[in-house]
Design a protein around this ligand. Structure first.
Ligand code: ADP
Ligand code: MG
Length: 581
């Protein structure tokens, strides 16, 4: 018998329910609104009263309306067919919708039950297996999609039977497993998992060992993100958060991409819808969408659905990670998620924390970021979830609670700056305040030593120092005037401009400059550092300025030319002549 209840109070999407039996936190329920079933989630239970947040509009809901508890949490369906899909936070399929918005009480099936998949068994009768072990494989696009022992299975099982290679739909029983108690259980290609619970099913979660190449120089060279690492991009509106995230999505070294779009406005989400499917994967020349899942929510959708979307996205990533794939989770923007938390906690009249966000905001954000990571699976193979979220602090104030809390949780910080964006210095990542804690990891330094060259981190720190020093010199020049400072100040300033213009700035819309592989980043940084190591004897600051402008110009032309092409080499020779002077 399931627990039932009656509506006793309604504050927007927060509904209080008098219950006639036990209910659990995060349990789902249906509220019956004249035959339409509204889905809701329990967020608080006190005695025989439950507070539930409704995932939809509660318009015309009345006290006394009946409620039925489902005895399960918000779950996501996991199986082949997730890629190329566009869902909302409750995993309703939005690709089949003519409109972004579903009617109230309407829920769609996330996976296609008729489509046939080419299944190849990887386990055999008699094999001992545990949760998350691989039983077989289907090809999803060109990616191997493992059919696994469901994550919810406890203890060990023996494979009783497994179907031969062939075409099956996701509901076919592909394997029968016998538990330790002698009971047989059927396994299909689809399983469910509660979104707020991290998927385990791996042996260990070691520290990251390598970086995830993104082709963006400010990231890979200056502040690299680890595979299985975490990072965030705070920045005021219009500074390039979305452009930077899309560049990472397109170019990042990952097998699977999940985009959680908690849109600022409905039209931004519609843009993702229309633009993302057009994007071409520069690594394979195929549509990026083939290995992407998009989870969309706009801020005019009810808060609870927005809150669910980041969890749904993370759960899908964890599912693919368990197959030994490298997953990249991008959330734009996590501030909308935090605002959803704030709205709910305010309606519950909880004691508010800073800026009226819930007191446990920091813990919620940390727990979420902690779900990312590189893991070693039971079979010794590895998988990773790399997570990068954007934060849109009101008025660009980096001291607000969401930015501060995220700073504690994420290991890379890419601060976008209004000032740089105004000067069209893109990507507008502040080169001085931004950081990657991975540069301090000995494993990562070792990786860079062998992947790029010995002493790479030292070189990067030297380049950062040049940028920092240049800024100080510029401040001095601004105060004392061009003639009031020694020539060395001008030289130091222009060396920092050289690093900035020729290396840090990168045009995300140029076919060649947008993607800069590590090999090329190494070549350019070495070239630039070689120039910075020289000391020049300029007669006056005008000469210094015009000389560096020429050098910068040629280096930028190189960035816009195919690496090592005739064009590129032509500019390179031009640069060598300039340097001889
Ligand atoms: P946000 O998401 O922070 O509001 P967007 O990502 O939409 O900002 O960027 C705003 C605009 O800034 C873009 O439309 C583009 O014109 C410019 N821009 C941002 N980053 C770059 C870049 N790397 N290269 C060229 N233009 C950029
Ligand atoms: Mg944006």
């Amino acid at each position: 018998m399931s627990t039932k209840g009656k509506v006793t109070g309604i504050v927007s999407n927060l509904v209080t329910v008098q219950v006639d039996g036990p209910v659990a936190e995060n349990e789902l329920c249906y509220i019956d609104l004249k035959g339409t079933k509204l889905l809701a989630e329990v967020i608080k239970v006190t005695g025989d009263k439950a507070s539930v947040q409704v995932f939809e509009s509660t318009r015309s809901l009345k006290g006394g309306d009946s409620v039925e508890f489902l005895g399960r949490m918000l779950e996501v369906s996991l199986g082949p067919g997730l890629l190329s899909s566009v869902y909302d936070g409750l995993q309703n399929d939005l690709t089949t919708m003519s409109d972004v918005f579903l009617k109230r009480g309407e829920y769609t099936d996330p996976l296609d039950h008729t489509k046939l998949w080419d299944f190849v068994p990887e386990a055999a009768a008699g094999d001992k297996v545990v949760a998350a072990d691989w039983l077989g494989e289907v090809k999803e696009g060109w990616l191997p999609h493992k059919i696994m022992v469901p994550f919810s299975f406890k203890g060990s099982y023996t494979v009783k039977s497994i179907v031969p290679a062939g075409q099956y739909n996701i509901d076919t029983v592909v394997a029968v497993l016998t538990g330790e108690d002698g009971e047989d259980v059927n396994v299909t290609m689809v399983q469910k998992w509660p979104v707020k619970v991290a998927i385990k099913g791996y042996k260990e979660k070691p520290r990251p060992q390598k970086i995830m190449e993104t082709g963006v120089r400010v990231i890979d060279t200056f502040n690299p993100i680890a595979e299985g690492g975490t990072g965030f991009i705070p920045g005021p509106f219009g500074c390039g958060k979305t452009v930077l995230q899309h560049a990472i999505a397109k170019q990042g070294e990952a097998d699977v991409i999940v985009m959680a779009a908690c849109g600022e406005r409905a039209n931004e989400v519609v843009e993702i819808f229309t633009e993302f499917p057009e994007l071409i994967d520069p690594h394979t020349g195929r549509h990026l969408m083939e290995r992407t899942t998009i989870i969309c929510n706009t801020s005019n959708m009810p808060v609870a659905a927005r809150e669910a979307s980041v969890y749904t996205a993370m759960t899908i990533c964890e599912y693919y990670r368990a197959m030994g794939l490298r997953c990249l989770l991008l959330a734009d923007s996590t501030s909308r998620w935090a605002q959803a938390l704030r709205e709910m906690s305010n309606r519950m009249e909880e004691l508010p924390g800073a800026d009226a966000f819930p007191v446990d905001l920091s813990a919620i954000i940390s727990n979420f970021y902690a779900r990312a990571g590189m893991v070693v699976l039971n079979n010794g193979k590895t998988g990773a979830v790399t997570f990068i979220g954007t934060v849109s602090p009101a008025g660009g104030n980096l001291k607000e609670p969401v930015t501060e809390s995220t700073k504690k949780a994420a290991r890379c910080f890419y601060a976008l700056e209004q000032n740089r964006a105004d000067q069209k210095r893109y990507p507008a990542v502040n080169p001085i305040d931004s950081y990657s804690k991975y540069l301090e990891y000995p494993e990562i330094a070792e990786f860079l030593d062998s992947k790029i060259e010995k002493g790479w981190v030292e070189k990067v720190n030297k380049a950062k120092f040049i940028v920092r020093k240049g800024k100080e010199m510029n401040d001095q020049i601004n105060i004392l005037g061009d003639d009031g400072v020694p020539m060395s100040y001008h030289e130091a300033f222009w060396k920092s401009e050289l690093v900035d213009f020729a290396f840090l700035q990168q045009d995300a819309f140029d076919a060649i400059d947008a993607l800069c592989p590590l090999e090329r980043q190494k070549f350019m940084l070495n070239l630039i550092m070689d120039i910075c190591d020289r000391s020049f004897e300029f007669e006056d600051y005008e000469q210094c300025r015009s000389y560096f402008k020429q050098v910068i110009n040629v280096l930028r032309q190189m960035n816009y030319s195919e690496f090592e092409s005739d064009n590129f080499n032509g500019y390179y020779n031009q640069l060598l002549k300039l340097l001889e002077k």
